[in-house]
Design a protein around this ligand. Structure first.
Ligand SMILES: CC(C)(COP(=O)(O)OP(=O)(O)OC[C@H]1O[C@@H](n2cnc3c(N)ncnc32)[C@H](O)[C@@H]1OP(=O)(O)O)[C@@H](O)C(=O)NCCC(=O)NCCS
Length: 194
């Protein structure tokens, strides 16, 4: 792809939609780029014993959808340029109204509005599914992610010190949180999430 072509593509309109199984290879390519580049992200904070494969991602995606957890992609000019999904915050039933999420943007489309399109769509989908609290773990050096989350109502609620090891250095993680819907101000709709 030429530089001009990449620049032209960055201004095409974005479509955010639920992911489909056919999106998995594109999502995997985006994920692997960030892992290889050592971008500060949640999974990269821990040594991964095995690379992630298509089948792993397909299985994870199906598990999430079965549990009504949103799994979204952003498309630009028929190309997947980012994805975002939520998983349970903790497995124990008491935490069933809380989710944590991940968001990844294609390296050729960073800082061109993809995160700004995906994150509020994910927040809305999680609220719509009945979840009440949403969390993100963000590496302390990840200015882009922290700014993006703060722009959409997440606030810093904790610092996990020295929790990651990257390139031989201990790193801190920030815990960011935002309420969904009525948050903790009213009981949940018990029929919505399991
Ligand atoms: C973090 C990430 C999702 C942001 O997505 P993005 O599409 O690049 O962000 P956007 O273009 O929508 O920008 C939204 C806001 O994020 C912040 N931001 C994005 N890139 C930034 C950068 N390079 N430096 C500082 N702030 C940045 C800004 O506040 C920006 O608002 P602005 O456009 O008014 O300046 C993206 O950088 C990414 O995928 N990074 C690698 C993986 C990762 O770290 N995921 C998050 C794990 S918690």
């Amino acid at each position: 792809m030429s530089e001009n072509q990449a620049t032209e593509e960055r201004v095409l309109p974005l479509l955010v939609r639920p992911s489909a199984e056919g999106d998995v290879p594109a999502m995997l390519a985006i994920y692997e780029h960030h892992i290889r580049q050592g971008e500060p992200d949640l999974d990269a904070q821990f040594a991964m014993p095995e690379p992630l494969h298509d089948e792993d991602l397909k299985r994870r995606r199906k598990n999430m959808l079965r549990r009504r957890l949103p799994h979204l992609v952003a498309e630009r000019g028929n190309m997947v340029v980012g994805y975002a999904y939520a998983v349970p915050f903790r497995k124990r039933p008491a935490y069933r109204y809380a989710v944590k999420h991940s968001i990844y943007v294609h390296p050729g489309h960073l800082h061109s509005g993809v995160g700004r399109a995906l994150l509020p769509a994910l927040v809305e989908a999680c609220a719509e599914a009945g979840y009440r609290q949403m969390f993100a773990y963000v590496d302390a050096s990840n200015v882009a992610s922290r700014s993006l989350h703060e722009a959409f109502g997440f606030r810093l609620v904790g610092v996990l010190e020295g929790v990651g090891l990257k390139f031989g250095r201990w790193t801190d993680s920030l815990l960011l949180q935002r309420p969904l819907g009525a948050g903790a101000d009213s009981p949940p709709d018990y029929s919505r999430t399991t």
